[in-house]
Design a protein around this ligand. Sequence first.
Ligand code: C5P
Length: 339
Amino acid sequence: MSAPIADPTRRLTPVVRLAPAKLNLTLAVVGRRPDGYHQLHSVFVPLGLADRLSLSVGVGQAGVDRDSLHVAGFDAGPPEGNLVLRAIAATRVAVGGGWAGGPGPAPALAARLEKRIPVAAGLAGGSSDAAAAMDGSLEAWGAELDPDVRRATAARLGSDVPFFLAGGPALVEGRGEVVAPLHGLHTGPGVLLVTPAVPLSTPEVFAVFDGLGGHGNGSTRMSSAHLAEELRSGLTAADLVARAGVLTVANDLLQAAFVVVPALVPFRRALSRLLARPIGLSGSGPTLWALYPSKAEAAAAADLVQVSVGDGRLPAPGSNAPFVTATTILTGRQQEREL
Ligand code: C5P
């Protein structure tokens, strides 16, 4: 038997990471920062819906010294602009010569990304891919980073990236870089996601929010603090479903998103009537969500939505049909097992 290969450039199997989507159960905007970003108080939860990223070192790419990216699934735009490539490059800089085959720079990676999370949907798929790329390239190179350097590198890539490095539900504050894990969710409820096919840019929603006065609602902040406290001490899926009425309005970006895409208002109302449930907006939208005690119940709701869109009972904004899926909120423990 040969000795284990220490040199990562001889690694034969790719490093694989699942990059989960996120939902904001609450989103309070509590101030504006001098750098133009907004100060948040938000409970983020990871979802079972995930992109899949694989990273290979060297294999079959003799002579290639540049990172490459191949994307399948949802259209994520040109690969050159993808956060995965920026995350690999930023991680290489942070690692310097400190990888298993150092002291030169860490070798090029061939990345394959299966996009299952809709793009620009308020589900932070791109940020999650970036966190997965950071984590995966460290493994591929046999490198480690000081936690502070990891967090700083993640924050530079995007406001939502540090959340994904932590894993599990968390209270997110500051611009997104202050992440406090919440360990009290015992079971994850089912989640219905409905993403209308309408473009919604996060900077535009924040700009409209500022134009509307730039003040969050005090009750959103209170709901957010209350939920964070409960998720710290212990909550079941049923407890969370029982709070859906409060949570689905605890998003300070709701009005701004409705100004940018007015068709979201009647669509959300019709969805709520069809399902007899309160409907929330994730982040800056346009994804709408509802909580269910189980994934099976969320799946039945997803079927009903799809049939209703198909037969014209539920007119959806956008030129294409909405993306509709049933998933679950991952508790921290589940995420460790699944990812
Ligand atoms: O950090 P990221 O590039 O993901 O943010 C996208 C946009 O969202 C920013 O350009 C900014 O307009 C807005 N944003 C914000 N405050 C935050 C996070 C994002 O204003 N805390």
